[in-house]
Design a protein around this ligand. Sequence first.
Ligand SMILES: [Zn+2]
Length: 248
Amino acid sequence: MSGSGFKPFMRMTGHEFKEGYDKAILAVGSTEYHGEHLPYGTDTLVSEHIAMEVAKRVKGLLMLPPIPFGMSAHYSNFPIAISLSTETLMRVLREVFDSLRKHGLNRLIIVNGHDGNIPAIEAATNEYRAEHPEFKMTVLSAWWVTAGQLVPEGTFEVWDGLGHGGEGETSMMLRVDSSLVDMGKARGVVPDLPKHVDWKWTFDEITPYGVTGDPTKATPEKGAAMNDALVKLLVDLVKELDEKDWKT
Ligand SMILES: [Zn+2]
């Protein structure tokens, strides 16, 4: 299931699927403005890329088609975001879980690509697990935070690499597909937000560029470091979970 033999589910025939999959990986993205320099699908493309890289390396892991829309209400004052409500996204997730469970695919890894999806994923997975204890799930909720914890200190120059379309995300997009990034148009701002609380903004209130953080500091090397650390984390995690039969 590695190297040239790999196929995502969307490209697989029924015969190929019968070769045996006991777990699945699902990327959840968004379609929204990511500044003048990044594509609208950035959150979907990055989370799909991470999930795909993991699926290529783990036997029996089915790479599901990514969910391309997320909860983007707080970003939607920039043109344009295709946004689902949290309720709708929760329902989509639950029905994906139901569909997998119906055919005995009871092990799922979720790779989230967008901050607005976190509440829906959190609530849907917690509720679903309580109702269906046999359905095991693990979630990478915020790769942009986790990657910052995994890469060597000093990798990022501004705001720990954070931000929507910022240093980290732009670096990842350079790693995923640099032909979709226009670094000449990269501009961002680090917002001055209150500490220790979750200040509720709409994105236009905190940046005129539709970007936070500093995308001008992005490099493909930083993106490769983030990507490699995240892929290794998830590959090692799935191997560990398999050894324990997904019991903790
Ligand atoms: Zn993003």
